[in-house]
Design a protein around this ligand. Structure first.
Ligand code: 1GP
Length: 276
């Protein structure tokens, strides 16, 4: 993917979203060698994932991130690489863009603005594209909830998720990410996704604990715009066929959803013409 043009990756995401929900693959630089990360990215690209996110909660260094992004870009060159950094140390000159994220429900201002304050000049100097995103950690929250000192949003409290998401939209943030934590036993509740989606206009990203195509289908039906999976391909032997199966199902769900939306628009149009 060509680098350097401001808004390039952001525009790509918004353009693709017009065609339906997207799937992003998350690769943690601390979980495998750079070479293996490259192989995972190749499989993700072949299966039809829309972008590669690079990041994790612990053990992230610039060197590891640099090597991982390098390998990913070599193996999956047409997919955008977006950093998903736990802090300033996760910023790498090699990526196309960085999710410029603030964990709005952290009790520690370090994760709301301090890491960002230290990282901002590097983003500018390195010519990385920042894509602003509100990061909200929902129960159980996992390692990211602990490390980020999140005041976890309770699973039965969609109103708090809406409050944060709306605040993010009014700040002008591009995306809101509902995160249950990597490897979570349960993904973010469908009711919460539905509630947030019905109140905000910015796209809703959902991640954490999504391991089956059925789970992705339910989340998409609830209104998720972007589904992120990481663990799904970490421990499997045949990454390619696991992802192929997941994404084949994903595309089918997206197709059905877009057809349904098309029919609804068509019906509304017919009704308007009849009554006009
Ligand atoms: C974690 O939301 C991501 O930040 C992905 O979670 O590893 O559970 O897929 P999983």
């Amino acid at each position: 993917m060509a680098r350097g043009r401001p808004g390039h990756v952001r525009d790509y995401i918004f353009r693709e979203l017009l065609r339906g929900p997207l799937h992003f693959t998350l690769i943690d630089p601390d979980k495998q060698s750079a070479e293996d990360a490259g192989r995972l990215a190749r499989a993700a690209a072949d299966a039809g994932s829309h972008a590669i996110m690079i990041g994790g909660s612990t053990g992230i260094t610039t060197q590891k991130t640099d090597a991982t992004v390098d390998a990913i870009r070599k193996q999956a060159e047409h997919l955008p690489t977006i950093l998903f950094p736990p802090g300033a140390a996760g910023i790498s000159a090699k990526a196309d863009a960085v999710f410029w994220m603030s964990m709005l429900n952290s009790r520690n201002r370090r994760f709301i603005i301090e890491e960002q304050r230290h990282g901002a000049k590097w983003v500018k100097r390195l010519g990385l594209e920042p894509i602003s995103m509100a990061y909200l950690v929902v129960e159980p929250g996992g390692a990211v909830g602990e490390v980020g000192e999140a005041e976890l949003i309770k699973r039965d409290d969609p109103d708090t998720a809406i409050d944060y998401a709306l605040a993010a939209q009014y700040f002008g943030m591009d995306f809101v990410y509902l995160e249950a934590g990597s490897g979570a036993d349960e993904h973010v509740p469908l009711e919460m996704v539905k509630a947030v989606k019905s109140e905000v206009e910015i796209p809703v990203i959902v991640g954490g604990g999504i391991r089956t195509a059925d789970a992705a289908r339910a989340l998409i039906d609830a209104g998720a715009d972007i589904i992120v999976t990481g663990t799904l391909i970490e421990r499997v032997v045949d990454v390619r066929s696991t992802l192929m199966e997941f994404l084949d199902h994903f595309r089918k769900v997206v197709r059905e959803r877009m057809e349904r939306l098309g029919e609804q628009v068509g019906e509304r149009e017919r009704w308007r013409r009849r009554s006009g």
